[in-house]
Design a protein around this ligand. Structure first.
Ligand code: HEC
Length: 180
């Protein structure tokens, strides 16, 4: 559906550009479409039609942002590909000291290295094993891991508990592979 809308707006945008329509009304109408399109192609078509228009600067900034997003996604995909398949019982080969060589099946016997809530005094969590706050079954861990497929990878770092963002990359790949 979204692709269809994008295709329709590119088509619309190109025919606008081809006809080189003029007038402030037209520019505003076209901008309304281009600015909502989330498509670099539509924005470029807009820029072709109105290179010096009053929305040109904003349109260029949006095109740059899309390019930046693409680069970031490519980078993230290359990390996911490098980490490769993760299974429940196999030792993790990617991560930090706390998890390398451990498997997802036994990290739940450890204590977290980051607090569940920012600023929580160490006495509450530092030497506690997961079981004192959670009951992680394999199925629950899989459900949690699946949430990382949808989340933007940049957010993995923002909540470090229990072992940092690198664990979440492993969990995400485990979930993508069907939690084998
Ligand atoms: C002191 C209690 C406590 C201990 C010990 C603890 N956790 Fe947590 N954990 C929490 C709380 C509370 C949250 C929810 C934090 C939130 O939603 O912001 C949480 C959230 C999580 C999450 C979800 C993080 C995310 O990305 O949203 C994971 C995964 C997790 N814990 C795994 C573990 C594992 C594995 C261990 C053991 C190594 C562990 N926890 C030990 C309290 C604890």
């Amino acid at each position: 559906m979204r692709n269809l809308v994008a295709a329709a707006s590119v088509f619309f945008a190109c025919s606008f550009a081809a006809q080189a329509m003029e007038g402030p009304g037209m520019e505003e109408d076209f901008w309304a479409i281009a600015s909502q399109s989330e498509s670099a192609e539509t924005l470029n078509a807009f820029l072709e039609a109105f290179p010096d228009g009053k929305h040109a600067e904003e349109a260029r900034a949006m095109v740059d942002e899309f390019a930046e997003d693409d680069r970031r996604r490519e980078f993230e995909e290359s990390i996911f590909a490098m980490v490769g398949q993760v299974t429940y019982d196999a030792p993790l080969s990617f991560g930090n000291e706390a998890i390398i060589g451990r498997s997802l099946s036994n990290i739940t016997e450890l204590s977290p290295i980051y607090p569940p809530v920012e600023g929580l005094p160490e006495s509450y969590w530092k030497n506690e094993d997961c079981g004192s706050c959670h009951q992680w079954t394999r199925a629950d861990l899989c459900t949690q891991a699946s949430t990382y497929i949808e989340k933007k990878p940049v957010t993995y770092q923002s909540k470090q508990h229990p072992f940092g963002g690198l664990l979440k990359i492993n969990m995400r790949n485990w979930a993508i592979g069907g939690c084998q």
